[in-house]
Write a protein that binds this ligand. Structure first.
Ligand SMILES: Cc1cc2nc3c(=O)[nH]c(=O)nc-3n(C[C@H](O)[C@H](O)[C@H](O)COP(=O)(O)OP(=O)(O)OC[C@H]3O[C@@H](n4cnc5c(N)ncnc54)[C@H](O)[C@@H]3O)c2cc1C
Length: 464
């Protein structure tokens, strides 16, 4: 790449949203430079951790079965966000997903049959063969063959704006600063989930116990700069996608294999051995994203998912083996919990379980009675040794604080007017659609939709 050149489009970031924008703009004839702060082997941000994209479809579509109409998708989103969503942008996201699968395949992405376990996604989510890493590699290969220029190890550290117009970005590459000019820019550099100081500002000392599931490179530098330069802020710094992951996971980048999917099959207790939420409230894909916040609200941000032998093999096993014991008392000792307190909680739970027909594929009739909090589905006595436990910590996936956009993916300024030449896509604007909560597979849906729109609109802008 040539930093002295004026590119038609400069793309900030190198994940899914960035590559969707870069590919689209390049196909429309623009000269495109992608600046990715990670080195080549780390390229692709959180996108390289993904497995699937949620897509609407009016009939069977590729690997997707039956139909998943717009209205059902919208209602699912409405439920998890509690209405904290921009309906116009949300419906745009949803409608566009129907076109994504063929476009993705055209750019080298392959799909596979859905996975089983506690995921009920065969109808709604298209799984990438080889996961997000293969998707990212396919997009980079397509981008390179189309002539998109890519600068790895290149971090955006400053932006020059004249009012609502982008002029240049200062990037740091191998300890040297360069000023890069372009006619348009797409901000696709993720949220601020890897910025531990910013997380602490938002969450207080509890954030010190959070683990970051994805890339260590999404530090929110571009987001902060855009806010400072007058971009409209959307979302709340404490909102985001946060799941319960194995407490033994690394601080960064543990990825999907650290998620604990056993929760809905057993009980979850805090460090005082108390249950604190209905583990069987809804299907796991619709509930897993609330468990990080729930654990974050408990003492020392630690909890324990406890199951018995009956549940083994019924969920996708995480990478760490469970802690195991032949009695609940022994399990308490292994977990360094109060033995009597854990035995009491499990005994009370078991006594409250009403007879039912266990079926993990439906919202079954196995529930507790007279217990607070209740377990409303899949409640079975924890009585069959050996007993197993997974220690849980909040695992931040991505944050929702972002910049406002309009339907053309143009970044909005503080006065609500669109910027002249700044577009945004992916996590950095996901808060427009996700005020809170999460729906499995919508992160990639948002990034693909607005990445492609940003690429198209950048091309329209450059052509005049
Ligand atoms: C473990 C895990 C599993 C997930 N699974 C799914 C799933 O199955 N389906 C789904 O829909 N979503 C999933 N998500 C969420 C999904 O990853 C995101 O919603 C989506 O990838 C966001 O894409 P993006 O392009 O906005 O961000 P990213 O893919 O994170 O890309 C951001 C890029 O910006 C770069 N960057 C950051 N700062 C700078 C800077 N200052 N200068 C230059 N570059 C910079 C980063 O290096 C990175 O390449 C998952 C996330 C994680 C962590």
């Amino acid at each position: 790449m040539d930093f002295s050149r004026v590119y038609d489009l400069l793309v900030l970031g190198g994940g899914n949203a960035a590559l969707c924008a870069a590919l689209t703009a390049r196909r429309a004839g623009l000269s495109v430079l992608v600046v990715e702060s990670a080195p080549v082997h780390y390229r692709g941000g959180n996108s390289r951790h993904t497995r699937n994209l949620r897509a609407m479809h009016s009939g069977p579509l590729d690997v997707l079965k039956d139909a998943y109409p717009e209205e059902e998708y919208w209602q699912d989103l409405l439920k998890v966000t509690g209405g904290l969503t921009d309906e116009r942008l949300a419906r745009m996201t949803i409608r566009n997903t129907e076109q994504h699968l063929p476009w993705m395949k055209d750019h080298g992405v392959k799909f596979q049959a859905p996975l089983g376990g506690t995921l009920h996604l065969a109808r709604t989510n298209a799984f990438f063969l080889g996961g997000g890493k293969a998707l990212v590699n396919a997009y980079y290969a397509a981008a390179e063959s189309l002539g998109v220029e890519i600068a790895y190890d290149t971090e955006v550290i400053d932006l020059e704006m004249q009012g609502d117009r982008f002029v240049s970005a200062t990037v740091l590459r191998h300890s040297l600063e360069h000023v890069v000019r372009a006619k348009t820019v797409v901000a696709a550099s993720g949220g601020f989930e890897s910025n531990l100081e910013w997380l602490r500002e938002a969450w207080g000392p509890a954030a010190d116990n959070f683990l970051i599931r994805g890339t260590p490179y999404n530090r929110g530098k571009v987001l902060k700069l855009l806010h400072e330069k007058g971009a409209k802020s959307v979302g709340d710094a404490t909102q985001g996608h946060c799941v319960a992951i194995d407490a033994r996971s690394p601080k960064f980048d543990g990825g999907i294999v650290t998620r604990v999917d056993a929760v809905s099959l057993g009980i979850v207790v805090n460090k005082h051995c108390k249950r604190f939420y209905d583990e069987g409230e809804d299907f796991w894909p619709k509930r897993y994203a609330i468990w990080g916040r729930l654990v974050a609200a408990e003492a020392d941000q630690i909890a324990y998912s406890i199951i018995d032998a009956k549940s083994m093999g019924k969920f996708m096993p995480p990478v760490y083996p469970p802690l195991k014991a032949s009695s609940i008392g022994e399990l308490a000792a292994v977990l360094k919990l109060d033995r009597g307190a854990l035995e009491k909680t499990v005994a009370e739970f078991n006594a409250a379980v009403r007879p039912g027909t266990f079926d993990h594929t439906i919202l079954d009739d196995c529930a507790t009675a007279g217990l607070a909090p209740a377990k409303t589905h899949w409640a079975r006595a924890i009585d069959t040794p050996p007993f197993f436990a997974y220690p849980l910590r909040p695992g931040i996936t991505f944050t929702y604080l972002g910049v406002g956009i309009d339907g053309k993916a143009r970044m909005l300024m503080d006065d609500g007017k669109p910027s002249a030449n700044v577009f945004a896509a992916g996590e950095i604007m996901a808060g427009n659609v996700l005020g809170k909560g999460y729906l499995a597979g919508i992160g990639m849906a948002i990034g693909t939709t607005f990445g492609r729109i940003a690429g198209e609109e950048a091309a329209r802008h450059v052509r005049g």
